[in-house]
Design a protein around this ligand. Sequence first.
Ligand SMILES: Cc1ncc(COP(=O)(O)O)c(C=O)c1O
Length: 457
Amino acid sequence: MSTSVTQSTSTSTGDAPASAALFDRARAVIPGGVSSPVRAFNAVGGTPRFMVCGSGPWLTDADGTRYVDLVGSWGPMLLGHAHPEVQAAVKEAVARGTSYGTPTVPEVELAEEIVARTPVERVRFTSSGTEATMSAIRLARGATGRDVVVKFAGCYHGHVDSLLASAGSGLITFAVPGTPGVPASSTELTLVLPYNDRAAVEAVFAEHGDRIACVITEAAPGNMGVVPPEPGFNAFLSETCARHGALLVSDEVMTGFRASREGQWGLDGKHEGWVPDLMTFGKVMGGGFPAAAFGGRTDLMEQLTPTGAVYQAGTLSGNPVATTAGLATLRLATDAVYDHLTAVGTTLQDAASAALAEAGVAHVVQATGTMFSVFLCEGPVRDFTDASRTDTVAYAAFFTEMLDRGVYLPPSAYEAWFCSAAHDEEAVQVVLDALPHAARAAADAQAAARTDGGATA
Ligand SMILES: Cc1ncc(COP(=O)(O)O)c(C=O)c1O
């Protein structure tokens, strides 16, 4: 069945009957009705919107309702939806065939672009960020001959078995699986530490230093909301790893080509004079297609097959259509684009903060480069324990009010808000108009929770 889209669009939603009907159909054939869990709106309630088209800063759902998009496909859509030059490049690429299973020109050009923007010397493409981090860890283990991986609580690196781990009882306790289906044997070599905690890093190296293959960290966490590394923290990780013969894997799947032109590294390592041993990329570099990568120093990367012994492969890795989209996106991601993202981001951060303050809702807005998020709790938020204090009930009310007023925010309190080069005055104004109402809805939800709490206490 095809989905019809009403021609006249509006930014006032109310019900979403077409999305509701599609959700029913979806749930009959897809677990939870979604291909990735957070899309299901479980954290915020209501009907997930089935989007049928995107244009610039706008998404239109199956009911014909238009939204200003602040999710950006969870990061990739740096230039906005359906950018004409990206589309033209993709159409041309598709006309030449969609996959050959051979080396291709666009993958070389995209690798050259990534090498030009970041400190990596060699790049290997994958189809998802999950594969990129999984492969980087395999390479780190292969190169060091060690097994233990250190990660930070609240950092997400994709659904790699060994990284789906929560902390055990103590700081230096090997991790337990965070989900059924991951055997304990997959996480028993993973250590989980609190983010931004130098003492914990020092302690773990003191106890297990000669067994640690790598520390993997989000270059600036965005998956517990944006929690910037404290000044010098990434440099400290790099130096500590080097001192102990371990590798630093900097996961820039989210921050890469987004936080700045050169990702988070462009905000810290470039100025501080250090480079990660391995880096992972995804999202923006795929231009809205399934493409990701990992890269690093030549001596490490050449240990991959076929030059080295560490096996890594992928049928669609470096796919010519995906790498064409990524290349077009990166070539169009000029300094002017990042200046615009900074300006729009600052406007939205200031407005969100002002609206929440006016409504009396405790909050903190945190940013790294052009990436930011809003926590509904007192700041600062410097690790996952702090992030867990955000008021998820108030966020659900805030989210729903924004949605009803034509703004599509991430349907979870623990996510970054992404704007694009296409967010113009009209789109920004829709957000600015909606924010005071959403802030009041959050305040009302908090008042109701206090009343309920009082009634049952
Ligand atoms: C920092 C980070 N690493 C890895 C991943 C996994 O990427 P993918 O969803 O493409 O597998 C994500 C996804 O959100 C991410 O944010």
